[in-house]
Ligand binder design. Structure first.
Ligand code: S6P
Ligand code: ZN
Length: 191
């Protein structure tokens, strides 16, 4: 791998050039939002784009680092904010760094019976320790964008989250976000 420099648009999160991208719509996230009926209606209606990932690929080998940006659009499924699928790294002992670029979001994390949530905005540097599952979501009216840097051989385990979900959700109550237990009651941790 040769050294390289990329252009990162701090306002939009666009990475140029990028060599791969992912677009995920509501229909790509079946069963992930608490309000299944709202999810089905959105998916069979306009099926909006929930988020996009732009990545500059490097060899999938130990020592290499992937740089990628995520753009989560503003929106709700029922009262739950647009969010990423969320994952563990397949190599559980690999961590990750996120840098908030624009918009307002949350980073939800958990490992075993511990859960955490971090508010993110422009300039927030968030650390995802090894072993922690992570999911981000947009709680604002504009796109929430962030840069991620992680070991290229980390791999992604989505299946565990698809089966078990996250222990906490972030929902809109009145005009703002509230963190609730996945079963519904407020944690009281954040207002
Ligand atoms: C990769 C990193 C991010 C996410 C992206 C989308 O390790 O954590 O680039 O891939 O934010 O989320 P997800 O859960 O669909 O991969
Ligand atoms: Zn990750």
């Amino acid at each position: 791998m040769e050294p390289f420099a990329l252009a990162l648009d701090l306002a939009t999160g666009r990475l140029a050039p990028h060599t791969s991208s992912i677009v995920r719509r509501v229909s790509d996230m079946r069963g992930m939002y608490a309000d299944g009926e709202a999810e089905r209606q959105l998916a069979s209606g306009g099926d909006p784009v929930v988020y996009e990932v732009l990545q500059y690929d490097v060899p999938t080998e130990s020592g290499q680092l992937v740089c990628c940006t995520t753009v989560i659009h503003a929106g709700l499924v029922g009262d739950e904010y647009f969010m990423t699928k969320g994952h563990f790294h397949e190599k559980r002992e690999t961590g990750e760094v996120y840098l908030g670029l624009a918009g307002r979001g949350y980073l939800l994390l958990f490992v075993d019976d511990r859960a955490a949530e971090l508010e993110m905005g422009p300039g927030t540097l968030a650390y995802v320790p090894p072993y922690w599952a992570h999911r981000t979501l947009n709680v604002g009216d504009e796109p929430f964008t962030f840069l991620g840097v992680y070991p290229a051989d980390a791999g992604h385990d989505y299946g565990t989250i698809e089966k078990a979900g996250f222990p906490r959700r972030v929902v809109r109550e009145g005009s703002g976000p509230v963190v609730v237990q996945a079963s519904g009651e407020a944690t009281g941790a954040v207002g």
